[in-house]
Ligand binder design. Structure first.
Ligand code: SF4
Ligand code: SF4
Length: 337
């Protein structure tokens, strides 16, 4: 596994990072065991967020009591704050939960706009002040919308950008990767498995391995998932003709607009499980289908009929999907199974 340097931050880590969102779903003991195994297996980059319930706390429990030297790992977290008051409250909470006195990269979470110095709300100045005080080392931003992501990469005020990048990335997204490189902005790649649609870890790793200055953060919940990523520490897969051909086939199958399952559009006014129902056709073909054909999911899918087209979900989808229409297509297909 090669080391990469995360743009102007100068942070150098193996190109194999740990995304700590899913460890919310396991017990504290299990999370600590998995996180420590990740470190022992060579992972050094751990990404979490204030919004991931007890994920920061679990990281703190794994690494905050002397299991590792603080300087041997990179911890990045995020705040959804929209006011300076919330910013300082979140930063204080994150430091306490993570049991550390600094955060390597502090990121504005899911930015709806690219904040720069001199704005009325003073949000960027909060980052600068926290950096001056040594509470954070670097300033980053995360986005799901390509336009905002491009602004973060271009404006010169952010040292890292976190954005969904997988081998299903379109042309604009590949351009974004190159833009980050050009601007020396470190790229933290989330959703490398496209929310479960990608099941070939080797191809996923080979794809991101092509980009210098980019670190993938694989969402890890189970030990078996961790083992798959750790196996690449010995020998990372590299892009070759076989993998390229496989990726081309996948891109062909998944081209066009599809739901990533992120859930940002929820809750639905009519309680439709949009994040699963809206990609049911894909899941049925790509994941073992028995689960999706259970009575439970039949009932959930039939709820699509109750959509009143209120539009509440539409502005919340970062991919601009026509959710009610796509839901109906999924339901029509589902009924044929
Ligand atoms: S438009 Fe339909 S799917 Fe979207 S929030 Fe309203 S009821 Fe739910
Ligand atoms: S419809 Fe959009 S916001 Fe909702 S889960 Fe799918 S991709 Fe995410």
């Amino acid at each position: 596994m090669k080391n990469i340097t995360l743009g102007m931050t100068g942070i150098t880590v193996p190109q194999n990072g740990f995304g700590a969102l899913p460890i919310q779903r396991v017990s504290l003991e299990e999370a600590v065991r998995i996180l420590r195994k990740a470190y022992d297996g060579g992972m050094r980059f751990f990404d979490t967020a204030r919004a991931y319930s007890d994920s920061e706390e679990k990281l703190g429990a794994a690494f905050g009591d002397g299991y590792v030297k603080r300087e041997d790992i990179i911890i990045t977290t995020k705040t959804p704050a929209k006011t300076p008051e919330d910013f300082w409250k979140d930063l204080d909470t994150s430091l306490t939960k993570l049991k550390t006195d600094y955060i390597d990269v502090y990121q504005f979470h899911l930015m709806g706009q690219c904040w720069v110095p001199g704005e009325e709300n003073g949000m960027y100045e909060c980052m600068q002040k926290a950096k001056e005080q040594g509470m954070i080392r670097h300033i980053g931003g995360t986005a799901h919308k390509i336009g905002i992501a491009r602004q973060i990469a271009e404006c010169g005020f952010y040292e890292t950008l976190q954005y969904p990048i997988s081998y299903l990335a379109d042309e604009q997204e590949i351009e974004l990767v190159h833009l980050c490189n050009e601007k020396n902005v470190g790229l933290i790649c989330m959703k490398g498995l496209a929310g479960g649609l990608i099941t070939n870890a080797k191809a996923a790793m080979a794809f991101v391995g092509q980009f210098d200055g980019a670190v993938p953060i694989w969402g890890i919940q189970r030990e078996s998932e961790l083992d798959e990523w750790l196996a690449f520490m010995e020998e990372a897969p590299v892009m070759d003709e076989e993998i390229q051909a496989f990726i081309r086939k996948e891109q062909e199958e998944l081209k066009g607009e599809f739901c990533r399952g992120c859930g940002y559009c929820m809750p639905c006014t009519m309680d439709i499980q949009i994040n699963n129902c809206n990609r049911m056709s894909l899941m049925l073909r790509r994941a073992p289908s028995e689960v999706w054909l259970s009575d439970h999911w039949r009932k959930e899918m039939e709820k699509i009929e109750t959509c009143i087209e209120c539009g509440a979900c539409l502005p919340k989808c970062p991919y601009g999907l026509d959710i009610p229409t796509l839901l109906k297509k999924n339901l029509a297909d589902y009924r044929t199974w």
